[in-house]
Design a protein. Sequence first.
Lengths: 445, 506, 513
Amino acid sequence: MKIPTFGMGWVVVGMLMLLPFAVSPTQVSAQCTGSKGNNAVYAGCGLQGSTAFIDAGAFSSSGDICARIHAVLTSGYPASGAVIDARGIRPPGGGSTQLCSTNPWAGITTPSTVLLPSGTIQISVQWALPSGTRIVGEGSGAPGAGVTTVQAASGFANAAAMIKMGTATGATGVSVEDLALDGNGTAVSGISNSLARDLSYVRRLSLSNIAGTGLLISSGAQNSGPYSDINFSSTAASAVCASIQGASTSTRGIHGLTCTGNVSGTALPVAVLLDAPNNTIEDVRVSGFTDGIKLGQNLPTQGDVLSNISGGPNVTSIIHIANAHLVSDLSVVGVAKNGATNAINDQESLPSSSHLIADSSVAIYVLGEQVTAQTTVIGFSRFTTSKSANAPTWATGNAAIASGTACSQPGSLYSNRNGSINGGLGHGNTWYVCQGSPSTWNDVF
Amino acid sequence: MRISKIFTGRCIFFGAIAIIFGWFLPSRVQAQNAGNNAVYSGPTCCTPSAAFIDASVFSSSGDLCAQINTALTKLPPSGGVVDARGISTPQACAASPWNGISNPPPADVLLPAGTIYIETTWVLPNATRIFGERQNTFVTACSTSPPANCAKDFVPSDSNDALIEMGSSSFCPAGCHGVAVQDVFFVVPDAYTALRLNGIVNQYSRELSYVDHAGFANLNAAGLLVGGVTGSDGSDLAANSGPYSNLNYNPCPHSGDSCAAGTTKCVVLNAQTRGLHGITCIGDATLSCQTCAGNAAIYVNASNNSIEDVHIEGYWDGIEIGDVAAPAVVGGVLISNVTGGFNGGGAGPVTNVAHICGPNSPNLGFGACAITTGTVSDVSIFQVNDVNNGKETTSIQDDVTGTSIASPLNNDPSIVGMYALGEAVAGTTGYSRFSTFPNNAITGTAQFDSTIVPTWGVGNSAPPTACSNPGAGPNLTGSIFSNTTGTPSGSKTIWVCVAGTWQPVI
Amino acid sequence: MSRAKTVAFGWIFAGTLAGLGGWLVVSPMPARAQTPGNNAVYNTSGIVTSSAAFIDASAVTQGSDICATLFSIISSTNYPGHAAVIDARGISNTTGSPNMLTCNSGSPWTQGNGQRTNSNTTTNPATILLPAGTIYISTSWILPNFAQVAGEGKAATVIKACSTGTAGCSANFAPPAWDNSWPGGPANGVNAMVELGSPFGTTGSCGQTCFCPGGLGSTDCNSVGVRDFTLDGAGQNINGIVNQVSQELTFVDDVALNNIEGIGLWIGNDANPDAVTSVGAIEAGNSGPYSNLVFNAGTGALSTTECVNLQAGTRGVHGMSCTANGTPAAAIYLDGSNNSIEDVQITGFQDGVLIGSQALSTLATNFRNNLLLNIGAISGVTNVVHICGPNPPNGSAACAETNNPAADLTIVGASNLGVISASITTIRDDETETALADASVAMYVLGEQTPNGSTTQYTRFTTSPRLPSWATGNVAITANSACTGNGSLYSRDVASTGTVLWACVNSVWTPIR
């Protein structure tokens, strides 16, 4: 019979065709759900969507990377926030550069953690990060060679910052980490913070080709920081590595900073401008700037601590205490020239003819406050271990000093720990002061 | 019937072809997504996401490192994230994950929990960071001795004899950036005795290169070695690296090692860095790390380093500054919050918590640095605590000025709030110096006694007559005292200690 | 049927099946269900398969709440032997029950409030990624050895104490009774929202499941850490984060502590450090750093509310803001040695950093070797730094405890950034009867008592001109000029034949040499 023949033959064909699916790892699931952008994880029902993070590439396929991130933030985004994983968004057509024509956080107030992909993201407008926004790249690399690089497109608004921390006064929890910023030679700044405060920080950041200020922290950013592990490189004449400004801009400090300007040729003016009280700046290396850290240029400042500051080639003064505005209660601990001309230029408390400390390194230079005689300011309280002729110090040794021995730091003290009573006041060999012209050691007691 | 049979056979044949074609077609379409995460692009699953590459899908590549290696080759040139946390452990790795990759892309590599046995050094290329799961991820040198964990003993890739190298001359001859190790513990098995191994060696990685939350156990050379290779610009290729933070080291030689055989250390800094912040170094009082004079836990052999928040036990010297030969200069070093020794329990005392190397070691009992010809100056030390439970030890041993700030034998700790060593002052035999330590420890054994550092005392009454501790011994000669209530005719204001008694100046 | 029709039907059938089969293979259809919680990734064959890189907690069978779900994962017999990353970021109040984020069941490591048993306690290590949202907790989260908890940032993840009236909470927050009575432990119990380690485990002498290896008083935890969330005490008199037994590599980072009327961050316990079997012998030494923290006491702050209580030697408190309403006595209680406290801003506490104020045991009587760097008071602070001792200045009331003399204390950069007045001191030193009302002080290094000296005679260096200090300048001082800081020295740093060294004697600059 034909019909049975047909039926048997085609049944066999059908069985053969469906056989692989009986053994294939692919099977149709049942009753698992998911939504676009969900991660797929295994559940009892098979593959299920998880909202542990939102994959921006899968969530939206239209527009550039910023538009796609914005789409996540504006479509059913949880009010309490989420992690947005944009690491899978690659430049269309291959390559390593993709464009971003909008601010992904425009109009956004909800918190988010956004993971950015490797490669270069060229931005046309500022990224203004609202409270609770954290952006994390895949590595800062080196200036000009970041793993995740945010680059200013030509035409980016002059004098603007590429990234602004905070969109309203008192913002908190805004952070940027593992990223490189490339100013692309435009007159932009890197990151500005005048709004974000507690738990707002920058960590592991490379800055290059920036003609403005790499990191600008100003009034409104008190208690922000730390700003740590930053690497800045620029040859633009107006470039400043970092700046902290404002009478109340006390932060949690800058910890770990390399500022590289013009290491040969004309040095750039200033690496770090510090015109704010109560800031710690530590573990810093500066090269290619006339002044490494300059205090008191724009505002009075006090209570700052600078530690482990190192110079390099084409640096005139690693620390410059200006006299434009009062600088007081400044503690400098650990400065080394490493090729710079001067360790410290103290125009505040040292006379104009002798305000340079040129020691190869200085353990302590603590500048206190003005001291008066009657109402006349006569000097500053100060402790320094510097052997520079311009700043008295206190030396201690184990031997007496012969009468008439020359000394170079008038006003300095010397204590001989093996001294003895030998005629009392003015005739002893225990305590000396450097005095006279020319200066010699004279015993006090 | 004959025609139907023929036709049936043909249908079966073509059906089979269709099946085979259908089976293989999706593999050709989606093979390039191997390792990609699967995400939802709509109500149904799945679509691939390149957010990271999961290395566990490359099980056919071989061991864990081979799987990571395969995943690294899948990354775009701009780099990405390789997630190896799904690979089961323990496993042994025959080669480095970067073996054979000539231009490795930047990568963050997430390692699984468990033990990874390595047969050779992992040399990390530029912009490469490895992350473990904190104290749950162990990278261990292979050993074939019982208990054998590998087929071959660990063999380092070069003369650095390291488990990990951050950068190399081949990866980055002018210096790498952004190389990091975080949240990983490194171990050398007891049975491994072929070589003295270093933990992490960084000679080529600069800014934004760091080690954070890492631990080392049982290494018998150095836990962390930084610097020592000079670039074409004259700077060390590891300069400005760091910080090296939140570290826990238990390296110490094996029993029977002699002092001459070489000693172990926790950290050696041969370059200027962004600091060593937060570290515990535990040696052993019975072994050469503690019994060999001049052996230190931490060596600071370059200027501009800040060492803070440190705890050390069981080493002869806690922190040695300037163990360098002439004409090298070490200056601008900041040490703060260091505790050395033990307090009744723990791994043993520290003879000198902070030891400044130089030619004037006054008390042979406290030992000298191995090398004393370099120039050391401008060292600021804040908060050094010698908690050695009555041993003959110092909180600060300064061989530049010949100063020992020793611990008394009555179990009181010897603590120095501030000790700032400046530089030689012209016309004197002295150095600029500020110290707050006013006491002298008399131990009964001259070689363990303190030497005095003139200091400045302040009070609201005249000082007592004697400016020395009860009993014989060194006094505070040269120190000054300010009496805030002094008057020219009454109790004087400025006093100076001369030969053991306070003398009024004015 | 004709042969042609047979062929036609046959081809149609074959083609349909081929198309169906091809579509089934090519389309991204879900794979066979594998271990719940595993991630799905594409394998080399282009097929979706599972990866154990992390465990997605939202994909497993949900417990009564997020804590029960996490507990079921961590305590499972299939849990990886070493540790795992548990991604709970996908759990929300829509995942399961309406109150999935309210933990009435217990914590991720313990369930119930009764005695610890092997069935209701697990101490397997895990790194838990918490979701955004508010997670209400009814009892303490006690983290075992090697455990970590991370949120999505202080703005996104809030761990809040249950209080009566909160939807889903069955009662006020209450710490487990078994954790509140340690031999040698704090007198009033730990009472913490989060504990970094514990000397306890299962019933009795700890047994198999110890939060820290070895159990009671035997050894310590390591590498326990929390970061990136807000801890909200809901205005209750409880403590925020307590670390009594976790040491190296233990940390707190990027955490906000809000509305906590007890202690925000409490480290160490000197209640009974000499007892070998007591937990006090372990303490939290070498733990830290505790970094990037914010404390807001809220409107109900008590006089006993504290920002930080530090009773051990640590790797420091680095970066902290403490804010209260002016009622609490002190922000940071420093009663331990070997600490660095840096970059701190304080508002609304009577004392900013209070040193040596607590009556502790025989061992720790001197709090020494501490470094305070960049401490600032914004407003509402009477003493930015207050050192307790037997000699309070200006008739001020002494601390309750004056027998813990501080020594070797270095203060670099302390400032009063608010109103400057004589009643507000930047540094008050009850050891040396000192009160400095300077707006800021660059350096105040309190050394040790001078040999044979009185209790107010200490080695000391300070840049404050109100105390004996050393000033330098390039002018000669006119005779009989007034000065402050009796005992100060002034050096003229100009080479000249005249006087070069003066002393401030009885408030008059007096030439010495």
